[in-house]
Ligand binder design. Structure first.
Ligand SMILES: Nc1ncnc2c1ncn2[C@@H]1O[C@H](COP(=O)(O)OP(=O)(O)O)[C@@H](O)[C@H]1O
Ligand SMILES: [Mg+2]
Length: 227
């Protein structure tokens, strides 16, 4: 750890990609190393399970409302779910919440919703928030056929300087496909291999703490946190 305060923004190629799992693993690992870590899921729609998982991973110190100040009932994009409730969430207020909360932490993790360009609020998507926070992107993607295209599109949507600071996490599916073993190598023809990480399938009903006891997972999360 450099000791420099930093913000990692965990985004992905899609919903259900593994963003919350990666964020929770990072939070729990950093906490275990004695690093003051905060984790935020500023906007939730259709339930606050992600925020609860992050609260457990940071181990107290942050309330559910601190982790997730904005939540809406409908299980659709937060921007639309808010509109249905007659509510408006603006980039400036979300940015302000994170920036102010981040002052108390060495590392701040922010989970978006959906993918990089999924609408989050009235005037912003995950990319806007990521850029407003000057955060380093962590792009989480299912390690299946088609992922090289999805990751390249996501990277292409970022300014070059931010792209260079990005890390990619390929999350293994429950059942490996022919492409699962070769995607990282193919992606490395377009993006630095050192910034590509592979998270194995952890099984159903895994625990974050238990997962970090596996050497391969611990090594991967350590590399991601220190990249
Ligand atoms: N490596 C993994 N091993 C086992 N289950 C996983 C893994 N990654 C994700 N999952 C499961 O897949 C589902 C979607 O993951 P999640 O982190 O919630 O995605 P996202 O936050 O991108 O929507 C969750 O039920 C989660 O527990
Ligand atoms: Mg999530």
């Amino acid at each position: 750890m450099s000791g420099v305060k930093r913000i990692l923004f965990i985004t992905g190629t899609d919903t259900g990609a593994g963003k919350t799992v990666v964020t929770a693993l990072l939070a729990q690992w950093l906490r275990g190393r004695g690093v003051a870590v905060g984790a935020f899921k500023p906007l939730c729609s259709g339930g606050r399970d992600d925020a609860r998982i992050l609260r457990d991973a940071v181990g107290g110190g942050l309330s559910l409302d601190g982790i997730n100040p904005w939540h809406f009932r409908a299980a659709i994009a937060p921007a639309l779910a808010a509109r249905r409730e007659g509510k408006t969430v603006r980039l400036a207020e979300v940015r302000e919440h994170i920036v102010s909360a981040a002052k108390g932490f060495e590392v701040t993790l922010v989970e978006g919703a959906g993918g990089l360009m999924s609408p989050l609020g009235a005037d912003f998507d995950s990319r806007d928030l990521l850029l407003a926070l000057r955060a380093a992107p962590v792009i989480v993607a299912p390690n299946k056929l088609g992922v090289v295209n999805q990751v390249r599109l996501t990277l292409a949507a970022l300014p070059a300087g931010v792209r260079a600071r990005s890390r990619v996490v390929l999350v293994a599916p429950a059942k490996a496909e022919a492409a699962t073993g070769s995607n990282a190598g193919l992606l490395a023809e377009y993006f630095p291999a050192g910034n590509i990480f592979k998270l194995p399938w952890l099984g159903r009903g895994f625990s974050v703490e238990g997962a970090l006891k596996k050497a391969v997972v611990e090594k991967m999360i350590k590399g991601l946190a220190e990249a």
